[in-house]
Design a protein around this ligand. Structure first.
Ligand code: R5P
Length: 320
């Protein structure tokens, strides 16, 4: 019987071999040493071969949220950040309409969709300043009813390095979203394009190391070349250790800048291969400064405090 209760307790060192990185003989990227040339080359555009890390700038939120705060005008808010990103994670609509085709950045193209924030809203009783009031929130069950959202020919036309597909492990449409992943892996691997499995989180899907170990490993086993999940304060190293392909972290809701930089730093220290971050950059008071601070922490060896100092200095100089 399969074990979904993998623990990360006192047996952590013995089970997860935290001091022994997985070997990738002859190539810099975890799990990628036996891929074909084209796929290795595309992944080398996403991950910097010098350190094996990436700063992916995620601004695909509109695929189900519409004009998210900070993304109302992608041409105004995102284009100034482009020079500091290794990879742009976006939808084909924004790529064609806003991103200059002269960009040399790698493309992580959103390849699943078909639901919106609005239709699956549900009422719930929330607590606001001690008072119980009726609020609305997205119901993640219908939200998980995604399909693949582009063909492989379209991905080739748009020169995607990786395709991003949302997977809802434990959600109502778990099976369908895993089928979306495997269909995209089958199609993309014919042309040496990578697939990034994106862990979706809903209420039924706790943001725990145990949940992310399960979700990331399933996606890797089913063929994802890169996996995206959230950072966990506890046992994040066990998630990266038992996932055989690179993990990048999403940023999640906007945090104070120093906290976001600490999260990036801790994730990298514990085996993440980079960040795929959106709101903590484009919703910052000074997104261009924040982008450079994240770069400094991921690629430049800065501590969170040094990254924050850089952010403050740039912001003080008027860098927005
Ligand atoms: C979800 O809408 C997308 O996959 C985002 O790209 C992802 O959530 C990362 O963005 P953030 O750092 O804002 O969480």
């Amino acid at each position: 019987m399969a074990d979904i209760q993998t623990s990360a307790s006192d047996k952590k060192e013995k089970e997860y071999f935290l001091d022994t990185p997985q070997a990738a003989p002859g190539f810099f990227l975890k799990g990628a040493h036996q891929y074909d040339w084209g796929l290795k080359n595309r992944l080398s555009r996403v991950f910097n071969p010098k350190d094996g890390r990436t700063v992916m700038l995620a601004f695909d939120h509109g695929y189900f949220q519409g004009p998210t705060t900070g993304l109302e005008r992608v041409d105004q808010t995102i284009l100034p950040l482009e020079p500091y990103a290794d990879c742009l994670m976006l939808t084909r609509g924004i790529q064609r309409s806003v991103i200059p085709a002269s960009t040399t950045k790698a493309i992580a193209l959103r390849a699943s969709g078909g639901t919106s924030m609005i239709s699956p809203m549900e009422e719930w009783e929330g607590d606001v300043e001690g008072k119980k009031i009726k609020l609305q929130r997205p119901n993640f069950e219908p939200l998980s009813n995604e399909s693949t959202a582009l063909t492989i020919e379209e991905a080739i036309r748009l020169n995607a390095s990786v395709l991003a597909v949302q997977v809802f492990i434990g959600g109502a449409y778990e099976r369908q979203t895993l089928k979306n992943l495997t269909d995209l892996v089958d199609a993309a691997s014919r042309y040496g394009i990578g697939v990034m499995g994106v862990t979706a989180v809903g209420r039924a899907m706790a943001r725990t190391a145990q949940y992310f170990r399960l979700a990331t490993r399933i996606m890797a086993e089913l063929g994802a070349n890169v996996v995206k999940c959230y950072y966990t304060d506890e046992d994040f190293d066990t998630i990266t250790s038992c996932c055989p392909v690179p993990i990048v972290i999403a940023g999640g809701k906007k945090l104070p800048e120093l906290d976001a930089l600490k999260m990036c730093y801790n994730a990298i220290q514990q085996g993440a291969s980079g960040v795929d971050m959106g709101r903590n950059i484009f919703q910052s008071d000074a997104p261009v400064a924040m982008m450079q601070a994240v770069q400094g922490v991921v690629h430049g060896g800065l501590s969170p405090a040094q990254g924050y100092e850089l952010y403050s200095e740039l912001k003080g100089q008027g860098v927005k």
